[in-house]
Design a protein around this ligand. Sequence first.
Ligand code: SAM
Length: 267
Amino acid sequence: MKYTVLTIFPEITDAYFSASIMARAVKAGFVEYRSINIRDFAFDKHKKTDDAPYGGGAGMLMLPEPLGLALEAAGVSKKTCPETMRQSPVRKVPGKKVIYLSPSGRPFTQKTAEELVQNEELILICGRYEGIDQRIIDLYVDEEVSIGDYVLSSGEAAALVLIDSTYRLLDRVISAESLREESFAGGLLEYPQYTRPEVYDTIKVPEVLLSGHHENIRRWRLQKRLEKTFALRQELIRRGEEAGLFDTETIKMIEEMRKNHERDQGN
Ligand code: SAM
């Protein structure tokens, strides 16, 4: 999988690709990365990439020309003919997606990560200031993605969230077992985890985890996943039920938990 990041601060995203698991994934050839500095495509001698918005208002906006040229340098052609604003016949490149990180975008979830990792290349536009000129979105962007209902000062942090949550889903980057049991997998949050020492600040690791009894440990973990999800994110359980994500054992445990909850409420 390839990530191309368009930014005026490539040093922010470059650093991420040179450390830890990501550095290993790059070295092993599972991930390819390039950053394109939008400033390299600025025309004037000050390498200006922003200007005031038409119609007035606070802040500056990223200029469309340097960004358009940076996109073309990344191998992206216009998706829309500028004259007619209709879909361009030359655009559709399968497996390649141009994403603008933006608070107006589609909310990003684990499901979005699973979907986006199917692409061969993600081309990520990092906004700054008040964002980018609408014409870049109309002409080049396939999708706007938001990492949450809050406003960051820059798209680089958002791009790194998207990159971090997608590349780890690639085959062989981390173990399939880790992915299977973590939060959101199968529609539930993760169970509580413990490591050495056995007693920390008077709190002892649950006995079942020391028992070596695999079946009991599996059931305990499922029970804890359900209890945690039920307590913190009930809507995940409802969504999981609607999507038919749970097996018979899990459904029985949910029913039991609901019964206990109703009984406790009644008291
Ligand atoms: N004026 C914009 C608005 O109100 O929607 C906010 C611009 S923000 C200060 C600068 C850049 O940060 C944006 O262009 C975008 O790339 C990035 N950004 C901010 N919040 C984001 C979010 N929730 N998700 C993704 N990107 C975000």
